[in-house]
Write a protein that binds this ligand. Structure first.
Ligand SMILES: Cc1cc2nc3c(=O)[nH]c(=O)nc-3n(C[C@H](O)[C@H](O)[C@H](O)COP(=O)(O)OP(=O)(O)OC[C@H]3O[C@@H](n4cnc5c(N)ncnc54)[C@H](O)[C@@H]3O)c2cc1C
Ligand code: SF4
Ligand code: SF4
Length: 1004
C-alpha cells in the first residue's frame, strides 16, 4: 500500500509503521487468530486519528480501532489499518466529581482512570479482570462486563454518551434522546441514521422480544433491544456499545461513575460436589450479593502449586472442596453486610450443607472480613485463566465457548452436560468466574495445529451453543463476538435478526470501512487461514544455547517457549510489580514483553523473512529490554524475555561478532585484574576534560555518567595473611578485620560447632565496592558462621566469576567457561551442602537461573539449590531460630529498593526480614519497578535517556522525597549507581546496614 503509507507519513497523523515487524506485533489479540494489518498508526490526537481514517477511506483501506488488544474472540485483528488508541489517546477530558461523571479519550486504561478517580472517592465500576490494560474504547467496543455486574451492570449501563467518527467522515454525538428524536440537532449527521435505527427497532420488536436472551450477560450482536419502541431510556450510545469497532471510531466517552466500595464481607461457600455449587448459585443470589464467583477444585489445586498463592488458599479453603463460591456483600453499611453473611450461613444450612452434621452434604461457609485477605482471594480468582494458561505442552485451553451465559436455574445442568461434551471429544476444561450471572468461563484443551482438534472445536461449539439456545441463554456473554461467535448469530438470534444486524452495519458503514467481517458477514470461526497456527505454521531450524527442553518445538524448545505468550497483555500494566519497565516509559507495543514475544514467534516460524532472528529490527525490538526478569515471574504464562534475549544476542554475536562496547561490558571480569593495577589511568576518563566525550564516541559509554571508579585495594581472598585496610568509612579500625581475611579459606574451616557458608565475591563488589564484601563477612562472622572464600582451582590467579557480564552480551560459551570454573572451585562445598551466599543479586541468582540452563550437570543443579542471596541466608537462619546477631539500633529510617532479580526470584521479602532485625528500626519499602540502570544498560550512549526515565518512574522520586538522614538500602550495584547519579544519594547494601548495626553507629 505505498500510496497509503506515503500519505500517512507525509500528512502528519502520528506514528506510522508499515514494516513487517511492527505489523506483526498488531496481528494478534488474545484469541487464537492472526491477521496481518496493512499498517499501524498511533495518532497523538483525535484529530490525527480522524485524518488517518480519512486517508484510509480515500485509499480504499479499512480501519481497525485498537485499544489494549486483549480481546479473546478475534475482534481486534483484521486486514486493515490498525489505529492504536492506547499509546497517546488516553486523556481524561472532563471530570465532574460532584455530578459523578467524566469524559475520556478511548485509549485510557481502566486502572489508570480509576487511580485518577480514587482521590475523589469514585470509580468506574465495570471491574474486568484485564483492568490493568483494557482501554475504555475497547471496553465500550466489547460491552465488557465486570465481576460485580450483578450490582453495577455491564459497560452499557455505565456509559452516558459517546462521540464517534462515522464512515462518511463526520463526527456525531450519541447520547440520550427523546423517542421522537426531536432533540437531535438538524445539523447532526445522526438524525437520519437514528430515524432508520428506530424503524428497524420497531419493525423487529417482536423478534427481539422472542430471540434476545433474557439473561443479563448478552453482549452478542448489535444492541437492537435499545431501539425498540416504548423504552424510556433511549440512548443512541447503546448501539455503539458492543459494536466492536464496526460502526464508527469512538473519540470521546462520557462515563457514569460510582462511589468507591467501602468495607465488604465475603463468605466462601464450600461444596463437596461441583454440581451442588452450581445448583446453589440461584439461591445465594437471592441474598443480593454484589458478586458470586466460582473457583473449582482444579483451579484450587493448580493455585496451591504456586508459592505466591498457597498462603492465601490456606487461609480460606477448608478441607478439599470440589468447588467454592466466593459470595461478596458490598452495601454501604458493614453491619448490613454482616447480617447478610449470617443469612448466607443459614441459607447454606437450609440447602442441607454442614461441615459435620451426620447425613448432611459436606460444605459450609468460611467468613473473610479482612480486606487484605479479600484482595488476595480476588487475586487468586482473577488469575484463574493465567494459572491454566501456564501449561507448556502444545495443546492449550482455547477460548470459544468460554463465556456462554445461561439462566441460573439451568447452570448445574448446563455445566454438567458441557463437561460430558468435552469428555466425548477427549478433552476437559476447568470452570471458574461469574456464577452470579450464570456466565462461567471454561476452556477445553485443544491443539489447534491439528485438524482433528479443530474439528473437535467446531463440534464442541455447535453442541454447546445448541444447549445454550435450549436454555434460552446467551452464546456471547462477556468477551464479545469477533470471529468466534459472529458465525453463530444466525443459529442463536435467527436469520431475521441477522439481516437486521446487517442493515444496521450498512446504514452506518455501507462500504465496510470499519473492522469488516465482525458481528456481520464474518468468516467461518474455524477457517484455519485466520489462525495463529495456520496450516504450514512451523518453526525454522535453529541452534540455541540455553536449555529450552521444557517446551516443545524447534530450537530445542525455544519455539514453544516464545509461543507461551497468549497476548493477554498483563505486561502492559503501568503500576504494581516490575513488568515491563521499558513499556512503562515508551508505551510502545515494540517495547513490551508481548510485542517482543510476538516478534520472536513470527521470526522463529519464518514469518518475518530470512535471518529475522539476527536482524537489526529484532535487535531494536529487544534493545530496551533491560533483562530485569520481571516477566519471568509476573507474566501469567512465564514468558522469560531476559533468557530469550540471550539467545538473540548469542545469535547476533555469532553472525556479526561483538562491538567494542559489548566487548568492554562482557569481558570486564577478564580485564579487571589489569585495570585494578593502574586505576589512575582508567579513572582519567572521568577526570580529564573532554575525555568522557571522546570515549563515548569510541566505546559507546555515555559521557553523561561517570563510570565506576577503579581502585587498587580490591577484595582479594588470596591476601588472607595481610588484611587490606578497610577504607573510606567512619570509625575505621574500630571493628576488627574479618577473620576470614586473616584465617582459613580452606574447606575445613575451624571445625567445632561453627556453621559453614561460602561467600561468593562477585566482580562488581570485588573491584568497585569491596566494603560490601568486608561487611558481609563481618556480619556472618558475628553470627558465628565460618566463612569460606572459594579460590580458583586452576593455576590462574584471576578471581572467579559467574559469567553474568558475558551473558549480557550473548557470549554464552565464555559465560559457560566462567561458570564451569566457579563450579569446580565450589565443588567441595557443594558436595558438603554448604550454602553459597552472594551479595550482587544478578550474580548469585544467575546460579539459580541461567547457569543450570547453560550447564546441564547435576553439579550446576545442586549449586542452584544451594545459592542464596546474603539476606535470604540470614532470613532462613532467622526462621530456623538459629540466627544470633548482636545488633544495636541505628536510629535512622531505612528505605528499601528491591533489585528486579530479587523480586523475580521471590528473594525480596528477605531484605525486609533482615532489616527488621535491627532493633527499633523504622522501615519502608519503595514501590519501585526497575531502577533503569540494569547492568550496562544505563551506561549506553543510546540508552541513557531511557535508563533515567525508568528511574524516574518511581525509584528516583521516592529517594528524593526520603528524609535526608534516611538510609537507602539497595542490594544491586547498578541500583546504587542509579540512585547516586539520579538522586544524588548514597545507597548501601543490606550487609553494610547490618555491619553498622553491629557497631551500632549511624550510617553516613
Ligand atoms: C485474561 C483475560 C481476562 C479477561 N477478562 C475479562 C473480563 O473480566 N470481562 C470482560 O468483559 N472481558 C474480559 N476480557 C476481554 C477483554 O480484556 C475486554 O473485552 C477488554 O475490555 C478489551 O479491551 P481492550 O482495550 O484490550 O480492547 P481491544 O481488544 O483493543 O478492542 C476491543 C474492541 O473494541 C474496538 N475498539 C477499540 N477502540 C475503539 C475505538 N476507539 N472506537 C471504536 N472501537 C474501538 C476494537 O476494534 C475491538 O473490536 C479478558 C481478556 C483476557 C485476555
Ligand atoms: S508476555 Fe506474558 S503477560 Fe505479556 S501478553 Fe504475553 S503472556 Fe501476557
Ligand atoms: S525482562 Fe524486563 S524489560 Fe525485558 S521484557 Fe521482561 S519485564 Fe520487560
Amino acid at each position: 500500500m505505498p500510496g497509503l503509507e506515503r500519505r500517512l507519513k507525509s500528512e502528519g497523523v502520528g506514528e506510522v509503521h508499515f514494516d513487517r515487524f511492527a505489523r506483526g506485533r498488531y496481528a494478534t489479540d488474545a484469541s487464537h487468530y492472526q491477521i496481518m494489518p496493512v499498517g499501524v498508526v498511533a495518532p497523538r490526537t483525535i484529530d490525527e486519528a480522524n485524518r488517518a481514517i480519512a486517508i484510509a477511506r480515500d485509499e480504499g483501506v479499512s480501519v481497525l480501532p485498537r485499544g489494549g488488544g486483549t480481546s479473546q474472540c478475534g475482534q481486534t485483528v483484521n486486514h486493515s489499518l490498525a489505529i492504536d488508541c492506547s499509546k497517546y489517546l488516553n486523556r481524561i477530558l472532563e471530570l465532574d466529581a460532584a455530578g459523578r461523571r467524566c469524559v475520556v479519550e478511548p485509549g485510557i486504561v481502566l486502572d489508570d482512570l480509576n487511580r485518577a478517580l480514587k482521590p475523589h472517592g469514585l470509580w468506574f465500576p465495570v471491574d474486568i479482570s484485564t483492568s490493568s490494560r483494557a482501554t475504555l474504547g475497547g471496553m465500550t467496543g466489547n460491552n465488557s462486563c465486570g465481576a460485580r455486574s450483578l450490582r453495577f451492570g455491564n459497560t452499557r449501563e455505565n456509559v452516558l454518551s459517546m462521540d464517534a467518527l462515522l464512515a462518511n467522515g463526520e463526527t456525531a454525538h450519541f447520547g440520550p434522546v427523546s423517542a421522537d428524536l426531536s432533540d437531535i440537532p438538524s445539523s447532526s449527521p445522526l438524525r437520519d441514521i437514528a430515524r432508520d435505527l428506530l424503524t428497524i427497532g420497531a419493525r423487529e420488536a417482536d423478534e427481539i422480544a422472542a430471540r434476545f436472551p433474557k439473561v443479563q450477560r448478552r453482549v452478542g450482536g448489535y444492541n437492537l433491544d435499545a431501539l425498540v419502541p416504548g423504552r424510556n431510556d433511549l440512548n443512541l450510545a447503546h448501539i455503539l456499545i458492543g459494536s466492536e469497532g464496526t460502526l464508527g471510531f469512538s473519540t470521546r466517552i462520557e462515563l457514569k461513575l460510582s462511589p468507591v466500595l467501602g468495607r465488604r464481607a465475603v463468605g466462601v461457600c464450600h461444596f463437596g460436589k461441583f454440581f451442588e455449587a452450581m445448583d446453589a448459585a440461584q439461591y445465594l443470589v437471592k441474598l443480593k450479593p454484589i458478586a458470586v464467583e466460582l473457583v473449582d477444585r482444579t483451579m484450587i489445586e493448580l493455585a496451591h502449586e504456586i508459592a505466591m498463592f498457597r498462603p492465601t488458599l490456606e487461609q480460606f479453603v477448608r478441607g478439599t472442596p470440589d468447588a467454592v463460591l466466593l459470595v461478596e456483600f458490598g452495601e454501604d453499611d458493614q453491619d448490613e453486610n454482616l447480617r447478610r453473611l449470617k443469612q448466607l450461613h443459614e441459607t447454606m444450612g437450609d440447602l442441607g450443607f454442614s461441615w459435620d452434621r451426620p447425613g448432611a452434604k459436606w460444605g459450609g461457609v468460611v467468613d473473610v472480613l479482612d480486606p487484605a485477605l479479600q484482595a488476595a482471594i480476588t487475586d487468586v480468582r482473577t488469575s484463574g485463566l493465567n494459572i491454566m494458561m501456564s501449561m507448556k505442552e502444545e495443546g492449550k485451553p482455547v477460548s470459544f465457548v468460554e463465556d456462554c451465559a445461561v439462566p441460573l436455574e439451568h447452570l448445574a445442568d448446563y455445566t454438567d452436560k458441557l463437561t460430558r461434551v468435552f469428555e466425548k471429544h477427549g478433552t476437559r476444561g476447568t470452570w471458574y468466574a461469574h456464577a452470579s450471572v450464570g456466565c462461567l468461563h471454561v476452556r477445553p484443551i485443544l491443539n489447534l495445529r491439528q485438524e482433528k482438534d479443530v474439528k473437535a472445536m467446531r463440534a464442541i461449539a455447535e453442541e454447546a451453543f445448541a444447549m445454550v439456545r435450549a436454555y434460552k441463554g446467551s452464546h456471547s456473554g462477556e468477551h464479545g463476538d469477533g470471529i468466534v461467535r459472529s458465525e453463530f448469530h444466525g443459529f442463536m438470534f435467527g436469520d431475521k435478526l441477522v439481516r437486521a444486524f446487517a442493515e444496521v452495519k450498512d446504514r452506518f458503514d455501507p462500504k465496510g470501512l470499519f473492522n469488516p467481517g465482525k458481528i456481520v458477514r464474518a468468516p467461518k470461526f474455524d477457517d484455519r487461514m485466520n489462525f495463529r497456527f495456520a496450516p504450514g505454521y512451523r518453526g525454522i531450524e535453529l541452534t540455541t544455547e540455553l536449555d529450552w527442553s521444557a517446551w516443545p518445538g524447534t530450537g530445542g524448545g525455544f519455539q514453544g517457549a516464545v509461543e507461551m505468550c497468549n497476548n493477554n497483555g498483563a505486561c502492559r500494566k503501568m503500576q504494581g510489580g516490575v513488568m515491563c519497565p521499558s513499556y512503562r516509559v515508551t508505551r510502545d507495543e515494540k517495547d513490551v514483553t508481548r510485542g517482543r514475544a510476538n516478534t520472536l514467534r513470527l521470526a522463529v516460524t519464518g514469518q518475518l523473512g530470512p535471518d529475522a532472528l539476527t536482524s537489526d529490527a529484532m535487535a531494536e525490538t529487544l534493545q530496551l529490554c533491560v533483562s530485569c526478569k520481571a516477566c519471568r515471574r509476573e507474566c501469567p504464562t512465564g514468558v522469560d524475555m531476559a533468557r530469550m534475549k540471550i539467545e538473540v544476542l548469542a545469535a547476533r554475536a555469532k553472525a556479526f561478532g561483538l562491538s567494542l562496547h559489548q566487548r568492554l561490558v562482557g569481558y570486564l571480569p577478564r580485564y579487571a585484574p589489569y585495570a585494578a593495577r593502574m586505576p589512575w589511568l582508567l579513572n582519567l576518563r572521568d577526570k580529564l576534560p573532554g575525555a568522557a566525550k571522546l570515549s563515548e564516541a569510541v566505546t559507546g559509554f555515555t559521557a553523561r555518567r561517570s563510570l565506576p571508579k577503579w581502585r587498587s585495594d580490591i577484595f582479594d581472598e588470596r591476601k588472607v595473611d595481610t588484611p587490606p585496610r578497610l577504607r573510606g568509612r567512619d570509625g575505621e579500625g574500630t571493628l576488627p578485620p574479618p577473620a576470614a581475611l586473616r584465617a582459613s579459606t580452606s574447606p575445613a574451616c575451624g571445625g567445632g560447632e561453627e556453621k559453614e557458608v561460602v561467600l561468593f565475591a562477585d566482580t562488581f563488589n570485588r573491584y568497585f565496592e569491596r566494603e560490601v564484601i568486608d561487611d558481609a563477612i563481618r556480619v556472618l562472622e558475628a553470627g558465628g558462621y565460618c566463612v569460606h572464600l572459594a579460590k580458583p582451582r586452576d593455576r590462574s590467579s584471576r578471581p572467579l566469576c559467574c559469567g553474568r557480564t558475558f551473558l549480557s552480551v550473548g557470549c554464552v560459551s565464555e559465560a559457560r567457561q566462567e561458570a564451569e570454573r566457579t563450579l569446580r572451585a565450589l565443588e567441595p562445598y557443594i558436595a558438603r551442602g554448604v550454602p553459597v551466599v552472594g551479595l550482587e543479586p544478578s550474580c548469585i541468582l544467575g546460579f539459580r537461573d541461567e547457569i543450570p540452563a547453560i550447564i546441564g550437570t547435576s553439579l550446576a543443579r545442586r549449586l542452584s539449590e544451594l545459592a542464596l542471596t546474603f539476606e535470604e541466608f540470614l532470613a532462613r537462619e532467622q526462621k530456623a531460630g538459629t540466627l544470633r546477631l548482636p545488633l544495636g539500633p541505628i536510629g535512622q529510617k531505612v528505605l528499601i529498593h528491591g533489585h528486579c532479580h530479587q523480586k523475580s526470584f521471590d528473594a525480596f521479602s528477605a531484605v525486609a526480614t533482615v532489616v527488621k532485625l535491627v532493633p527499633d528500626v523504622a522501615m519502608e519499602i519503595i514501590e519501585s519497578s526497575c531502577c533503569g540502570m540494569a547492568g550496562s544498560f544505563g551506561y549506553g550512549k543510546d540508552t541513557i535517556d531511557m535508563s533515567l526515565a525508568m528511574g524516574e518512574l518511581s525509584l528516583l522520586p521516592a529517594v528524593r522525597a526520603a528524609p535526608a538522614d534516611a538510609v537507602i538500602v539497595a542490594d544491586g550495584t547498578s541500583c546504587r549507581h542509579q540512585i547516586h547519579d539520579g538522586a544524588g544519594r548514597k545507597a548501601v547494601h543490606v550487609a553494610q546496614l547490618l555491619a553498622r548495626s553491629l557497631g551500632a553507629r549511624p550510617l553516613s
